[in-house]
Design a protein around this ligand. Sequence first.
Ligand SMILES: *Cc1c(COP(=O)(O)O)cnc(C)c1O
Length: 355
Amino acid sequence: MSVLGLARPELLAMAPYSSARMEAASGDIWLNANESPWNPIAVGRINRYPEPQPPLLLTALAGLYGVDASHLFIGRGSDEPIDLLTRAFCRAGTDAVLISPPTFGMYAVAAQIQGAKQRTVPLQREHGFMLDIDGVLAAVDASTRIVYACTPNNPTGNSTAPAVLLALAECLRDRALLVVDEAYIEFSSHDSLATRAGTPDNLVVLRTLSKAHGLAGVRIGTAIAAPEVIALLRQIMAPYPLPEPSIAAAMQALSQDARLQTQARIGEVCRERERMRSALPGCAGVREVLSSDANFLAVRFDHPERRYQQLAQAGVIVRKLMKYPGLDDALRISIGTADENNAVLAALAADREVA
Ligand SMILES: *Cc1c(COP(=O)(O)O)cnc(C)c1O
């Protein structure tokens, strides 16, 4: 008998989360993980254990998000609070999370690892992948503990208005958490719900430094919630979740100068996104470019696999969306620098056969 015979059988049978970094083979231009194309710099004091929730970083993030530090949990990316919230609120085999696909895969993975049940209420494809509020409310039952809403949504790029989410949180009060994942909110014209997190007390907002702030490699994300939810997350977190070099890098990236640079780069990404949105429909095989409030575009192609190979041959790595419901003809293209985006257009314009 293998030692794995001792492990939980449902985990052995489970398909793991497949990250962009694991999927991509090779290439020069990385447009498959919605990262910033610019690399800020980092250092750290690493002979001591780090502070588990560093007060200076809490203060800096509280300033960035316009909230009180007592409402913040800092994690290893916002992936960690997704995992901790699932473990804190969902009893294995009993409680459920509600997910609206096509959306970010980690909500389901965290539920599976915890042994929580999953309900799905698909986004409304015929209405631009709008969140189905009535469907969500109808599907919530006594076992539901967490309802996820991703805005702007990965991988479709569309947003849900903050007022709609606030009303949903009110409806769900005393029944379930509403976890609003704002990983891409900096690129959106909508306001963040960060300042409303915890009011009502079931409203949780996730933010991250991985996308707009260019720190995907640093792994710093934040849950903003009622102080009692934050206390529970701190109770079950790893002893020293945040590496010192990551704390130091995040502090650097939140200096006033760095924040001004980040603002400028967000503006550049948004301008490039609209340029690409206008230019891509003229490229070979493009059927539709979904409008996006984020730093990526979901693009429907006549032959998505062939276009993926065509881009790969030009050294451009994008992400396949073909396994997502309603996106079986689509690729997701992150917005890079102007030169990188031009490489996408050039690769697609050259409508050559792929061996
Ligand atoms: C990228 C992403 C995250 C996770 O980011 P971290 O790097 O773990 O902070 C969370 N939610 C969505 C929707 C994302 O696309």
